[in-house]
Design a protein around this ligand. Structure first.
Ligand code: AMP
Ligand code: MG
Length: 497
């Protein structure tokens, strides 16, 4: 574990230089202060976690100081925003601060969000607010703990500086980590500006760096694209199974590595509602929860178009056709896990769909209902009594207004469990790995943010610790698994951050 000065800095993407990125000097945030730090994320770059205690730490990640090896640059990209192509976006309030090679040879980009204006800021101020920086930090680390591919977050730095959004807020930075921040929109930028040499270089670089297994194949580009399709399908299957809505699935927010990228107005569903729109600015519901898989495919089509100057149209179309069967297969596997089924049967889809219909009709809480199901006995043996969960359907039925309909569904589920000779303890263990007890509900994030805005960061840290182990019972933290309070339904999260 090393000090910040001694990390293995090494320019990779930065070495491509222009036209892929341009040098930028951060604009320091006034009176910086450490709000949150992830030792798990620090370990990824071999950073000694005690470095966070250095007085200089907050200055460094507020853009007020620098160390040798950091050469901040802003990356260029374009993208379809709400379906409309914007020819040039780029890092308007984020910087590729440095790149680190870890002890296993992996490369990490240190991306600092909120460090001031860049040539790509357009009308923006280059800042990020404390509220959205905390949301990004907590959600990145929570997603990772759920097993969902994501960018990571090292720290949040708060400040005394005022930043104006709908109301005056506090400015902050968040340091994001990922092997690559290249987006579908990065390729779009070079395709649409007819810089085909640069497009080719970007493709070759991305394959060499992140898909080295294809590097020497004659059809490396196509293999890369097929991998992006596969990773995106896998990512979307997980979002849908965990009840996560991203909120702004513009092509500039889609990672070529299949990571969850750019946490804005995202939301984990409380009450199950397939038409859930987490982004208050999304008036047409383009990015509603149940639209996400379709939007992902639409985005992949735009990505394929950007590759047309280099790859064969027919072959790209064939790769795109793999998206639907892949997401269906992966989503079905996850839903079987949520129901505790190990041997696939044809009508499994109907069984999970009928539960979701019931939940939607009755507004049942998504995480709580599935978690409660994980703790029921299957009716086969009393073995779960050993696990202390008891033979009591109440905790599941209580989530539904119409208990009889829910009880009928339970009967079908138990008949299905009996057909595969399910053993309670094993089945419960599988289900509890698929059905988190704790998720970053909007109201929990909001409570932590309200305290942080008043200078108390303890709740941010408490949530961070809680969500590191989302599948564990953590009985001392039971209240975080409670039904959300009524006021949480009025919470509105917009694009403004
Ligand atoms: P986002 O909605 O965060 O994905 O951002 C979309 C585009 O707007 C990106 O190019 C961002 O860099 C840019 N952007 C968002 N907020 C700001 C801001 N406050 N200042 C400058 N650029 C911004
Ligand atoms: Mg973005």
């Amino acid at each position: 574990m090393a000090r910040l000065e001694d990390l293995n800095y090494h320019a990779h993407f930065a070495a491509l230089a222009e036209p892929f990125s341009v040098p930028v000097t951060p604009t320091p945030l006034a009176s910086p202060q450490l709000v949150a730090f992830s030792a798990d994320a620090a370990a990824l770059i071999d950073l000694d976690p005690s470095e966070a205690e250095r007085p200089a730490f907050a200055d460094l990640f507020a853009g007020a100081a620098s160390i040798s090896g950091w050469e901040p640059r802003a990356m260029v990209y374009a993208g379809h925003q709400f379906g409309v192509y914007v020819p040039r976006l780029g890092d308007g309030r984020a910087l590729l601060l440095a790149e680190v090679r870890d002890r296993d040879g992996g490369n990490w980009q240190l991306h600092l969000k909120g460090a001031g204006a860049t040539p790509f800021s357009r009308m923006g101020d280059g800042r990020a607010v404390l509220r959205s920086s905390i949301r990004e930090f907590l959600c990145s680390e929570a997603m990772h703990a759920l097993g969902i591919p994501t960018t990571r977050a090292l720290c949040v730095i708060g400040s005394g500086e005022t930043v104006y959004r709908e109301t005056p807020e506090k400015g902050a930075t968040v340091l994001r980590l990922a092997p690559s921040h290249t987006r579908f929109g990065t390729f779009q930028y070079f395709a649409m500006t007819n810089q085909h040499d640069a497009l080719k270089r970007l493709l070759e670089f991305t394959i060499a760096e992140h898909f080295p297994q294809h590097r020497h194949e004659a059809d490396a580009g196509l293999r890369f694209f097929r991998d992006v399709v596969r990773r995106t399908a896998g990512l979307l299957a997980q979002w849908q199974a965990f009840g996560f809505a991203h909120g702004v699935m513009n092509t500039d927010n889609m990672s070529v590595l299949g990571l969850t990228l750019d946490y804005g107005p995202f939301g984990f569903m409380d009450r199950y509602n397939p038409a859930y729109i987490c982004n208050h600015s999304d008036t047409s519901g383009r990015y509603a929860f149940d639209e996400q898989p379709t939007v992902a495919l639409w985005n992949l089509c735009r990505f394929a178009e950007a590759l047309l100057p280099l790859l064969d149209r027919e072959q790209l179309a064939e790769a795109l056709a793999e998206f639907e069967p892949q997401i269906i297969e992966q989503y079905s596997t996850l839903m079987r896990g949520k129901l505790g089924l190990t041997h696939p049967e044809d009508d499994d889809r109907e069984l999970s769909a009928s539960l979701l219909q019931l939940m939607a009709a009755q507004g049942a809480d998504y995480p709580r209902s599935f978690r409660a199901l994980s703790q029921l006995t299957g009716g086969s043996t009393g073995s779960s009594v050993l696990a202390g969960s008891g033979n009591d359907d109440r905790r599941f039925l209580d989530e539904f207004a119409d208990r009889e309909a829910a009880a009928n569904w339970l009967q079908r589920w138990r008949a299905r469990l009996a057909r595969e000779g399910s053993i309670d303890l094993q089945r419960q263990a599988i289900q509890q790995r698929h059905n988190p007890k704790y998720v970053l509900r909007n109201y929990l994030a909001q409570q932590a943010i309200a305290k942080a805005e008043a200078g108390d960061f303890s709740e941010v840290q408490a949530l961070h610790a809680l969500l590191r182990k989302p599948f564990d019972e953590q009985p001392e933290h039971e209240r975080y698994a409670a039904l959300p309070p009524d006021w949480s339904r009025e919470l509105e999260i917009s694009c403004s951050s």
